[in-house]
Design a protein around this ligand. Structure first.
Ligand SMILES: [Zn+2]
Ligand SMILES: [Zn+2]
Length: 269
């Protein structure tokens, strides 16, 4: 190996060392559509000072601003049920009228559900009474297929099982975390995930055609996989006891997990 190649490799290693090493996943709410006091399911991926909000059901934006005292830099939408997008109009108004940094938050949306998001949150005629503004003028919409960059980190997007096919998606960073969003069990997906990945999985105490239940978890996944899982999207604080009776790990509102990001998921600076 000649000297110039050696120096170049050393510089690459040095670049990687300067890149981001960790992220945190902080939950704002952990509940389903009929949650009672535990907030609608949503989390924030923190990468240095950049914050990516996952979903914005009713009350989520208030929880976000209360914690961070600013608006999100970006949002990822898992699917278009109102417990996940119901705060979008609030987000729109705040971006236009109380956005001191004058940013247009990025809205990462799986391309398969862009039309659903449009119908659910952006189709109201003349979103401002005075006219002259389109809903998406307040944001930077970025449709995504299976990967996207945020804060120099590579995120991947995978379809899950929630109502009609290809209408709900999970979000993750390889070998770091995977957030299922709302889903029935997805062993075909979860079994591909490495053992070092922390998995945040939809679960309520009793399953139904829309969501995973405790019996589904115990039937569909191996004990090794269950040990990687933390459960959310339940209904009341009382449910936590039931999860623990089955030795299942539960996410509580405001819980935060700091995780290492492997080199291949980081874009060198
Ligand atoms: Zn939900
Ligand atoms: Zn849902």
């Amino acid at each position: 190996m000649n000297l110039s190649v050696t120096i170049e490799r050393a510089e690459q290693v040095d670049d990687m060392d300067k890149s981001i090493q960790q992220l945190s996943v902080r939950f704002l709410g952990v509940g389903g559509a009929s949650q009672q006091g535990i907030g609608h399911a949503s989390a924030v991926v923190e990468v240095e000072d950049q914050k990516l909000l996952i979903d914005c059901g009713p009350g989520t934006l208030h929880r976000f601003v209360e914690h961070y005292d600013c608006l999100p830099d970006a949002i990822f939408i898992t699917h278009c049920h109102l417990d996940h997008v119901g705060d979008f109009e609030n987000f729109f108004i705040r971006c236009l009228f109380s956005n001191s940094r004058k940013i247009r938050p990025k809205v990462f949306v799986p391309s398969a559900i862009v039309h659903l998001l449009q119908l659910r949150v952006a189709s109201y005629p003349s979103p401002l009474a005075e006219g002259g503004t389109n809903f998406w003028d307040a944001f930077q919409m970025i449709p995504v297929l299976d990967t996207f960059y945020f804060a120099d980190v590579v995120f991947h997007v995978d379809a899950v099982r929630h109502h009609a096919p290809n209408t709900a998606f999970g979000l993750g960073v390889k070998d770091t975390f995977f957030y299922t969003g709302d889903t029935r069990p997805v062993p075909e997906l979860i079994n591909q995930i490495s053992p070092v990945t922390k998995i945040f999985h939809d679960c309520t105490t009793i399953g139904n055609p829309s969501h995973t239940g405790i019996d589904d978890i115990l039937r569909e996944y191996t004990q090794e996989k269950i040990q990687q899982m933390w459960f959310y999207h339940y209904t009341t604080e009382e449910d936590v006891k039931v999860f623990r009776q089955h030795n299942l790990q539960v996410v509580l509102p405001k819980d935060s997990y700091t995780l290492d990001i492997p080199g291949e998921s980081r874009f060198p600076r």
